[in-house]
Write a protein that binds this ligand. Structure first.
Ligand SMILES: C[S@@+](CC[C@H](N)C(=O)[O-])C[C@H]1O[C@@H](n2cnc3c(N)ncnc32)[C@H](O)[C@@H]1O
Length: 198
């Protein structure tokens, strides 16, 4: 079964987006200056919609077309503009603003995203390439469970967690603004806020 089939099946009965990530909403001040953002493997779009509702031109990328459909329905109901891109981030290149007609025509799309968000999805190559998909000064917000999470939680499994201290190395070429690792509620997570050098 492909990743798309697996995740489409998981989301088949969902009707509403998940809540926005508290890690991302906690960075509202930093994100306020970002005209564009992309949420990688953003699922049903809770975080992407939260970004779009703040006036950020936002794209949601996911392998599951069912997840994107849920996000599109919620965006239409709320009257919020949201781009959705169905892509396999283990095989396809990261999307750029230039792929989206409206952003490409906009004065603010100068080659990269102003913010890239990725929560609870680990595939190291695209995270290692984030620098090239950000404008100079653009920010990356990445949250991944760590190996310590397995002490109390069976999921996400071993292939989908980072080692302690690993995340800043995975997102190479970025300047760390903050890096926190520890128990956030019932999950042990690595949370990185980083910036592409200007
Ligand atoms: C654990 S969910 C996280 C969703 C959201 N980011 C969040 O934090 O709630 C993982 C997401 O990754 C997506 N995904 C899995 N494999 C993928 C791939 N190869 N390319 C793009 N998205 C993928 C799934 O469809 C799912 O929405």
């Amino acid at each position: 079964m492909s990743a798309a089939e697996r995740w489409d099946a998981k989301y088949a009965d969902w009707q509403e987006p998940s809540p926005a990530s508290d890690f991302i909403t906690g960075q509202a001040g930093l994100l306020a200056d970002c005209p564009t953002a992309v949420d990688l493997a953003g699922g049903t779009g809770g975080t992407a919609l939260w970004l779009a509702e703040r006036g950020i031109d936002t794209a949601l990328v996911d392998v599951s077309d069912r997840a994107l459909e849920i996000a599109r329905n919620a965006a239409a109901e709320r009257g919020v503009p949201l781009h959705t891109i169905c892509a396999d981030l283990e095989a396809d290149p990261l999307p750029t603003p230039a792929q989206l007609t409206r952003l490409a025509a906009s004065a603010v799309s100068d080659g990269g995203w102003h913010a890239v968000v990725c929560t609870n999805f680990l595939h190291r190559p695209p995270l290692g390439a984030l620098r090239d998909f950000l404008v100079p000064g653009g920010i990356a917000l990445v949250l991944i469970a760590t190996v310590d999470n397995l002490l109390h939680n069976a999921r996400p499994g071993r292939p989908f967690v980072v080692e302690r201290g690993e995340l800043p190395e995975v997102c190479s070429g970025l300047d760390t603004i903050s890096f926190d690792e520890g128990w956030f509620g019932l999950r042990h997570e690595a949370r990185l806020v980083a910036r592409r050098p200007s």
